[in-house]
Design a protein around this ligand. Structure first.
Ligand code: AMP
Length: 450
């Protein structure tokens, strides 16, 4: 058998591939990134890209030593002598905060909105919607504690999934308070669970020491049964006045904007640097336990990484999970477009000419050519199979006169025109870059020269 891809990874495949589903269709994957880009950049977010691997210490401090991610799921790469090894990044937030600190992004106007997308790596038990290499869209805002920033971040996350056409999405909103509130809650949990240590899973015994809130997040059925029996009070009962006022302000904004949400007291983010607003985005099609995405405020993270204090908030959703939800809802995703112009020679002698016409036409439109001569009937069928809009033929007459015979596969109309008029013809058909809506973006240099 030929070599197979590693377990827990996916190939993103072109249109027409056998056994294609939405979560493996490359055009759907790119569509999610494009929609996210449009929504987030309109809101002022700037794109940032960070390395796929980072110092292990960044992940340890940035994600937390008590999390499953750090304890069991890190992919370690490279081992140079006594260097402790790098980690393939399991999420984007720690890297973005590191990049913010390291590159002096504090000098940019605050709050600074950043976004990225890319692969993340976690050595998890593989199942549907749970991969070892998956992809996230990530939005982070640095430099403000204003609840308006929190509410806007949640709204933008909802806007992205709505722009993708998803309907059955719910925001579950919670707050984990300020550090003093969380200390009080952890003390309460320690006493409560401390009386039942023998019933806790080994992981949760450890969590009881380090960070009792994480017990509530446990995947162990035994832990969850105990949590149910004990009738654990929610974190929300422990919010101090400031955190409560902040939580209410976030809710007031969301309500004013008609962004639906449910208060979910079970939402916990156990890490020390998390603060106040925390939420998850759920979808019926992906199952109650599988969030499409999540977010939270992390005002203590920059200091945790050894930098100056910078408040921050962010969210991420999994592109594959989103595509599974879209598939479950039957949301249509535009297919990758075929060529606007497909140029075919009717005789091998004219193949180079067909190639030259197609290559010239690429200044204005998506253009391909046939590498071998074809008969007209085959050329049209071939063009159709490739999703072409126009098929241009070059036979002996066209070659002698410097013309093209063009068939519009949509309308069936045939035209003969001088090759020199091709740009004008494409324009008339709405297939020329300059005639398109919206217009292709100008590069910065083109703008300067304009
Ligand atoms: P997290 O960083 O754990 O809050 O995850 C944010 C989102 O990333 C989740 O809601 C999922 O949509 C996605 N995600 C996390 N882990 C995986 C995984 N192993 N496979 C696929 N998607 C994932």
């Amino acid at each position: 058998m030929a070599i197979q891809r590693p377990k827990g990874t996916q190939d993103h495949l072109p249109e027409g591939s056998p056994k294609l589903s939405l979560d493996t269709r490359a055009s759907a994957f790119v569509h999610v990134q494009d929609v996210a880009r449009r929504v987030l950049e309109r809101a002022g977010a700037r794109f940032i890209a960070t390395p796929l691997f980072e110092e292990a210490e960044l992940v340890r401090r940035g994600v937390g030593g008590s999390t499953d991610i750090v304890r069991k799921e890190m992919f370690t790469v490279f081992y140079f002598g006594d260097h402790g090894g790098y980690i393939l990044r399991p999420e984007g937030t720690a890297s973005i905060v590191r990049a913010y600190l390291q590159n002096g992004l504090k000098q940019l106007p605050a709050p600074l909105k950043l976004w990225t997308h890319g692969p993340m790596f976690r050595a998890e038990n593989v199942q549907k919607g749970r991969l070892r290499q998956f992809h996230q869209v990530d939005y982070e805002v640095l430099g403000s504690t204003d609840p308006l920033v929190d509410a806007e971040a949640i709204r933008l996350m909802v806007e992205v999934v709505q722009a993708l056409g998803l309907r059955g999405v719910r925001v579950k909103l919670g707050s984990i308070g300020d550090p003093a509130d969380r200390d009080a809650y952890n003390a309460y949990l320690r006493t409560l669970f401390g009386a039942h240590v023998d019933r806790l899973s080994d992981d949760s015994k450890d969590r009881l020491e380090r960070n009792p809130m994480r017990i509530l997040d446990s995947k162990s059925a035994g832990d969850q049964a105990l949590i149910g029996e004990l009738g654990v009070r929610p974190m929300l009962d422990f919010l101090g006045d400031e955190a409560r006022a902040n939580f209410e302000a976030v809710q007031a904004y969301l309500s004013a904007w008609n962004v639906d949400f449910d208060i979910d007291p079970s939402i916990v983010r156990g890490l020390d640097y998390y603060r106040r607003t925390a939420w998850e985005l759920h979808h019926e099609g992906v199952g109650a336990k599988s969030a499409l995405g999540g977010g939270g405020r992390y005002d203590g993270l920059a200091e945790q990484l050894g930098g100056a204090a910078v408040p921050g908030i962010g969210w991420a959703f999994g592109i594959e999970r989103l595509l599974l939800a879209m598939e479950a809802e039957g949301v249509a995703v535009p297919a990758a477009p075929g060529p606007e112009l497909y140029v075919v020679a009717l005789d091998e002698a004219y193949v180079p000419q067909a190639a030259a016409v197609a290559m010239t036409a690429r200044q204005w439109a998506r253009s391909e050519f046939a590498y071998r001569a074809q008969k007209p009937g085959n050329a049209f069928r071939d063009g159709e199979r490739r999703g072409a809009r126009l098929v241009a033929l070059i036979g002996s007459d066209e070659a002698a006169q410097g013309t093209l015979s063009i068939k519009d596969l949509a309308s069936g109309v045939q035209t003969n025109l001088p090759t020199a008029d091709l740009a004008a013809f494409l324009h008339e058909q709405g297939l020329h870059d300059q005639g398109r809506q919206p217009q292709a973006a100008l590069s910065p240099t083109a703008q300067e020269n304009a």
